[in-house]
Design a protein around this ligand. Structure first.
Ligand code: IPD
Ligand code: CA
Ligand code: CA
Length: 259
């Protein structure tokens, strides 16, 4: 585990610093959907991370968002979002991160998220808590939804699907201090772990958005489930994360909307 940790940290820093160095430069943008972008930097970042991991662990399974899925006969699987916040990145808006998680026999044991713009490295190890640049962090102690700062995001199919999160956004916005939509789900989860957000919900996310961040939230003392308050599955897509104290209230509000 020790060296898995250093490989993940090294890969996240290397890819993150490259992304930072190219931010704001003209680049090729392709479309996976009407508003679902991918840049050549997503692909390059994935290449760097996968390269680092393969060099040390050629027999581990891999699930990376853009290109690489490799199923091996191994108890270990790496789950990678090489650039979380692509839309921000493509517009030169400096809110994005790299997310790397490791599972052992289907259970998350390591989560690393790196935000190169703030030089913030979030690291969770199963049973050992969470560190931000080496300092132990934990979720907030806010006990009332009405006094909370929340975060969310909107799905890429929002133009076609009625389950577009607008109703939940309205329902929460009318009941809390504020709701932020920064555009990088993995970072939103880190901020719940760090107590900067009291809660976060989003629909239709991928396992790469959720893997590292979900371990971070749990290890920081928070709670992460689906919209009904049931166990989160990485393929389940709908996620509700909180400091635990406002979780029940958030489940109640989510029941009022469509999902
Ligand atoms: C996206 C971001 C965004 C969220 C989207 C995600 P990507 O990831 O996390 O905040 O609202 O649903 O897909 O595409 O930038 O890796
Ligand atoms: Ca993502
Ligand atoms: Ca991505």
């Amino acid at each position: 585990m020790g060296s898995c940790k250093s490989v993940a940290v090294r890969a996240a820093r290397k890819a993150g610093l490259l992304l930072k160095s190219k931010l704001g430069q003209a680049r090729r943008i392709e479309y996976k959907g009407a508003v679902n972008l991918v840049t050549e930097m997503d692909l390059l970042s994935e290449k760097i991370i996968v390269g680092e991991i393969r060099q040390h662990y050629p027999n581990h399974s891999l699930l990376a968002e853009e290109r690489v899925t490799k199923q091996e006969d191994s108890p270990y699987r790496w789950i990678i979002d090489p650039l979380d916040g692509t839309t921000n990145y493509a517009h030169g808006y400096p809110v994005f991160c790299v997310s790397i998680a490791l599972e052992e026999k289907g259970e998350l044991i390591l989560g690393v998220v790196y935000d190169p713009m703030r030089d913030e490295l979030f690291l969770a190890e199963k049973g050992k808590g969470v560190r931000l640049n080496g300092w132990k962090i934990h979720v907030s102690s806010t006990s009332k939804l009405a006094q909370s700062l929340l975060a969310t995001g909107f799905p890429y199919d929002l133009r076609e699907s009625p389950a577009n999160n607008f109703d939940h956004f309205r329902n929460f916005a009318l009941r809390v201090h504020a709701v932020r939509r920064a555009g990088a789900a993995a970072l939103d989860l880190c901020y719940v772990a760090a107590g900067r957000f009291d809660g976060f919900w989003e629909m239709k996310l991928g396992p790469w958005d959720l893997a590292a961040g979900s371990l971070l939230v749990r290890e920081a003392g928070g709670k992460i489930t689906d919209f009904l308050g049931k166990d989160l599955h990485l393929d389940g897509k709908h996620v509700l994360a909180s400091n635990g104290k406002i979780h029940r209230e958030m489940v109640e509000i989510l029941q009022m909307g469509r999902f």
